[in-house]
Design a binder for this molecule. Structure first.
Ligand code: NAD
Length: 280
């Protein structure tokens, strides 16, 4: 695909372009999700992040179909759930997702969690490589993988994951993991880019001053920081005004002092599940 007008994009290790800012639909019920995705597409989003476990792939698919937007102008990611890990089940899981989405191919397919107690993520990765070769997904990647999980995949596999999608926000910046991934060409995707609203952004020291200086909201400054850090994001909101607000981050630039001030907000403050504990 090409970069949506006025937006930023990055290039995956497959050579495919990914819009750097999309919309996520975690905890958006299937009944409202179709409207949320329709609103997002209407205001200009072209990248949607869903997952089998969100139980809203059908709604995402309906919104895409009704939008009339050509398939090659959209970037769609979904994820394989833990209980579908394993060489017997992973291929069927992607087919089920494709059927729900009404697509022949997704742009990116991720292993949602390493689920280390299952110890099936390596064999699952090899299935994803086959699915990529079969053209059912343009790119493959992982989510919530720690360095040691990535190392096992890199050792056993022939394809380097295109992305690792992990919890990342100003109070939890994942500097060490990003430093490991960067030379390997693994792009970082942030989930919970706004801290999942589990802490108030106004608690971040100095953020309000930066926002005031740029005439932007606290959320917009945080999203802009992700973009300038080279991170892919897909903040979630069910409200059209907020969808618009979150997309309105391409007309200003944080200074190096702003970037340094936000770097200093890192507080090792995880708001979600630790990857070793995501064994559901
Ligand atoms: P987020 O950081 O995007 O926060 C969402 C919350 O922020 C919402 O409750 C919303 O009320 C609030 N919000 C949104 N825009 C705002 C604004 N402009 N001002 C103030 N508040 C605002 O958290 P998230 O939804 O958990 O993460 C984004 C996406 O990441 C998800 O929708 C999903 O696609 C993905 N995700 C992936 C995983 C994973 O394990 N791979 C886990 C969680 C989320």
């Amino acid at each position: 695909m090409k970069t949506p007008a006025g937006q930023l994009s990055l290039t995956l290790n497959t050579g495919d372009v990914i819009p750097q800012l999309g919309v996520g639909v975690f905890k958006v019920d299937d009944e409202v999700c179709e409207q949320v995705v329709a609103d997002a597409l209407e205001v200009g989003y072209r990248h949607i992040d869903t997952a089998m476990i969100y139980r809203n792939e059908g709604a995402v698919g309906r919104a895409i179909a009704k939008s009339g937007i050509p398939r090659d102008e959209l970037f769609v990611t979904t994820k394989l759930w833990n209980s579908d890990q394993g060489s017997e089940t992973a291929a069927q899981a992607l087919q089920t997702s494709l059927d729900l989405l009404g697509l022949d191919q997704v742009d990116l397919y991720l292993i949602h969690w390493p689920a280390p107690l299952r110890d099936q993520f390596v064999e699952t990765w090899l299935v994803l490589e086959d699915l990529h070769r079969a053209g059912l997904t343009k790119a493959i990647g992982v989510s919530n993988f720690q360095k040691e999980h990535l190392e096992r995949v890199l050792e056993a596999g022939r394809i380097v994951p295109a992305v690792n999608q992990v919890e990342l926000h100003p109070a939890f910046q994942q500097r060490e993991l990003r430093a490991f991934q960067e030379p390997l060409g693994i792009l970082t995707e942030a989930w919970g880019p706004l801290g999942q609203a589990k802490y108030d952004l106004s608690e971040l020291p100095g953020l309000a001053d930066i926002a005031k200086a740029h005439g932007k909201s606290l959320a917009q400054v945080v999203l802009r920081w992700h973009l300038q850090e080279g991170i892919i994001i897909f903040p979630k909101s069910s409200k059209k005004e907020r969808l618009q607000e979150n997309l309105d981050v391409f007309d200003f630039e944080l200074t190096s002092d702003d970037m340094a001030a936000i770097a200093a907000m890192d507080a090792d403050r995880r708001v979600g599940t630790h990857p070793d504990d995501g064994n559901w």
